[in-house]
Write a protein that binds this ligand. Structure first.
Ligand code: HEC
Length: 258
């Protein structure tokens, strides 16, 4: 009986193995290409977010990405941490229109944003988003910096590496080697000088992509810098403790001969 079980399990393993090889081959052609590494201010144990890049990235998000993407988990007041005064935060919130029900005639009503509001979604429902984007729903970007496989390098590569449009007018798709399946429903969002930066930085596609990626990484985890500082502090403290313990141990055992 045991012998038959062993033969059966070897047979199933062989069948499964053959299947895996085949599907792995098919899958690898759909995997996004590995993105070339970029230099990011927030990388490494002593890295920190360049807040002027974060602010430029916010400008790109507002001007370009917010037409299709939401940041549903972000309050306007969270954005104050990119170096804004309370007055600037209130002005930033007021520059957004928030849906506020309907008037008597059934038309949508809007009011100015308040610091406690979440950033509004561009579409009223996923169905509306799908209808406007050829059947694809633009994902919420609140935590994209934490969950996107390939990290900041792939977001940057994806925004700067568009190929020819493919597919019909109803559901246009675009070639992009850094997307799963090497194709995407997102039209090339960035164009030179589509945004103007108040700090005088040239608004090339590369600069906009770098800044908006920095902004998305920051907004996904605005406290990353303070966590990192705490981590470095803890490591230094532990090193200090080790030195103290080694000295103490030597003192305590110094009278004992080897
Ligand atoms: C015209 C609408 C539109 C604009 C503008 C737009 N996107 Fe998208 N985006 C989409 C759609 C649609 C998808 C889903 C693509 C798909 O599923 O094929 C998407 C997907 C994404 C993804 C996920 C990609 C992945 O690997 O799954 C990221 C990240 C992203 N967009 C970032 C941005 C950024 C950053 C901007 C602004 C610079 C932006 N998008 C502007 C429509 C848009």
């Amino acid at each position: 009986m045991k012998k038959y079980l062993v033969i059966a399990s070897v047979f199933f393993a062989a069948v499964q193995g053959a299947g895996c090889v085949k599907s792995a081959d098919a899958q690898s052609s759909l995997l996004p290409q590995k993105a070339p590494p970029q230099h990011w201010s927030f990388e490494g144990p002593v890295g920190h977010f360049d807040l002027s890049a974060v602010q430029r990235g916010y400008a790109v998000f507002v001007k370009v990405c917010s037409a299709c993407h939401s940041l549903k988990q972000v309050h306007f007041s969270d954005l104050s941490q990119m170096g804004l005064t309370p007055e600037q935060t209130i002005a930033l919130a007021e520059s957004w229109q928030i849906a506020a029900g309907h008037d008597e005639a059934g038309h949508f009503k809007f009011r100015k944003g308040l610091p406690d509001d979440f950033l509004p979604s561009p579409y009223s429902s996923p169905a509306a988003a799908r209808a406007a984007n050829g059947g694809a729903v633009p994902p919420d970007l609140s935590r994209i910096g934490l969950i996107h496989p390939g990290g900041a390098d792939r977001i940057y590569a994806m925004l700067t590496s568009y190929g020819e449009p493919v597919g019909g007018e109803k559901a246009p798709r675009y070639a992009n080697p850094y997307m799963i399946g090497h194709i995407t429903a997102m039209p090339p969002p960035l164009h030179d000088n589509a945004v103007s930066f108040t700090d005088g930085h040239p608004a090339t596609v590369q600069q906009q992509a770098h800044d908006v990626t920095t902004f998305l990484e920051w907004v996904s985890e605005p406290h990353r810098d303070s966590k990192r500082r705490l981590g470095v502090g803890v490591v230094l403290y532990l090193c200090f403790l080790i030195i103290i313990f080694v000295i103490l141990k030597r003192r305590i055992w110094s009278h004992v001969r080897k």
